[in-house]
Design a protein around this ligand. Structure first.
Ligand code: NDP
Length: 427
């Protein structure tokens, strides 16, 4: 046994931390779906302003836009989820080992996202071009689909809750229903070849986001006979973000979610309902506010998006490659790092020498760019950057607390060497 392994054994096991949620799980689960409905209605029916209904009649009128589930929406979503599942199981792709988990295990994952992404786009294009489905269907069915996906996500989270209880894999389950349902009871629930967490993070929600955007753009074309430049930019930036994700699909295996986060309502509802139905708010806003941008405006937005993308992708791929091969040069120089008592190395040069979550900085710059494509008149299309800043600041704190517990003095040394959390010299 090496000295490192001995040290590792003497360190306590660290499991996921619910930093800052402070027991508000039940409330969050009640509040979040209502928030999605509220913002969508403000965006789609009230021009993107935050509306405050001041009487029962106004409240009824406002929430009257919420749709009951329909068989049609259920069939669309069932077909969609099933199709993605079939691709996950049968589409070609290499099997790779995931990053080492806290218990030392490495799981096998099938990386067939790149194929599945293009196959899905080809099938969607085929359905639209042959006239089997109208291009505007996802926008047209948005309201009942949202309800169907909410119901499905709650039910699916119930299944995930039971999964960890029935087939425990060594995770410590707290035994408080709301906490366990919200945070999950299992780190990597799986059935046969399907890893539910990777599947939900990577497939039905992400691709649906892009397809809803396209459907909204098609709706704009049907309404005004053209697709405006801001709409093209938003669709193109977000298309690129997802395309890039699939191109670097393996990088997800070293992310916090996959390695440390249990799979419960928080991630499942977030992946399936929140992401595809709120990340489309910029496109939805632009549908109701068509305008054109100057050439300078377009160039400015494209440049800003490229800066964000370079930081985001550069940082994520750098960490991923470093963890696979610490000898690989970082920006042309030998990597600098801290060797932790637990074993893993903490990179302290390159992007990771500038801030401890410089990858979040790049993601936030891109998020801001997407919102700026909508102009500066309303708040709802800026919801994404507001929410995403809160999410990533909170996430960084959680990750920091987790790493501090996991690495102890080594993390203190890392913090001393890289003092900024997300934005170099600012935060
Ligand atoms: P990271 O990929 O940054 O992973 C954090 C983990 O990396 C830590 O827990 C630690 O794990 C390890 N680590 C931390 N510092 C170092 C270092 N210096 N050297 C080597 N390893 C280190 O976190 P996320 O999973 O949160 O983010 C991944 C990407 O996903 C980000 O770009 C983020 O912006 C994006 N994202 C996007 C979302 C969206 O909705 N669009 C939502 C959430 C994230 P350990 O040491 O245990 O391996």
């Amino acid at each position: 046994m090496s000295a490192d392994t001995k040290n590792q054994d003497s360190l306590p096991q660290v499991t996921t931390v619910a930093y800052g949620f402070n027991g508000s799980y039940g409330l969050l689960m009640a509040f979040l779906p209502v928030l999605v409905y509220y913002l969508w209605i403000c965006n789609d029916y009230y021009g993107g302003s935050l509306v405050v209904p001041t009487s029962w009649a106004e409240l009824r009128e406002f929430f009257g836009h919420v749709a009951a589930p329909t068989w049609k929406a259920a069939a669309i979503y069932g077909g969609w989820f099933g199709f993605q599942l079939l691709l996950q199981v049968f589409a070609p792709g290499k099997w790779v080992k995931g990053a080492e988990l806290d218990d030392g295990k490495r799981l096998d994952y099938k990386m067939n996202g790149w194929f599945s992404w293009w196959a899905t786009l080809a099938v969607a294009a085929g359905l639209v071009l042959t006239g089997a489905l109208p291009a505007t269907i996802l926008y047209g069915e948005f309201a009942p689909l949202l309800t169907v996906v909410n119901i499905f996500s709650f039910a699916f989270s119930g299944y995930l809750y039971l999964h960890g209880k029935l087939w425990p894999q060594g995770e410590k389950i707290r035994g408080q229903f709301f906490y366990d349902y919200f945070m999950g009871t299992s780190l990597n629930p799986r059935i046969g070849p399907v890893d539910w967490k990777l599947f939900c993070e990577a497939r039905p929600g992400l691709i649906l986001w892009v397809l809803i955007n396209f459907s909204i753009a098609a709706k704009q074309y049907s309404m005004i006979g053209t697709v405006t430049t801001p709409m093209i930019l938003v669709c193109a930036f977000q298309f690129w973000y997802i395309l890039d994700y699939y191109y670097h699909e393996e990088a997800i295996l070293s992310t916090w979610d996959i390695r440390h986060e249990r799979f419960g309502f928080m991630l499942a509802w977030g992946d399936l309902a929140w992401l595809p139905f709120t990340y489309v708010f910029q496109a939805m806003y632009l549908l109701h506010h068509p305008f054109e941008l100057s050439l300078w405006g377009v160039m400015g937005l494209v440049t800003l998006n490229m800066i964000g993308y370079t930081i985001f992708r550069g940082a994520n791929i750098q960490k991923h490659r470093f963890r696979k091969d610490p000898e690989r040069p970082i920006m042309g120089r030998p990597a600098e790092y801290i060797k932790t008592a637990r074993g893993p190395l903490l990179l302290t040069s390159g992007w990771w020498g500038m801030a401890r979550h410089i990858n979040y900085c790049g993601d936030l710059i891109m998020a801001l760019t997407w919102c700026m494509c909508t102009g500066f008149n309303h708040i709802v299309p800026y919801f994404y950057i507001i929410y995403f800043s809160i999410l990533l600041i909170h996430r960084e704190r959680r990750d920091n607390a987790f790493c501090a517990a996991k690495y102890g003095k080594d993390w203190e040394a890392y913090q001393a060497k890289v003092p900024y959390r997300i934005f170099p010299y600012i935060y």
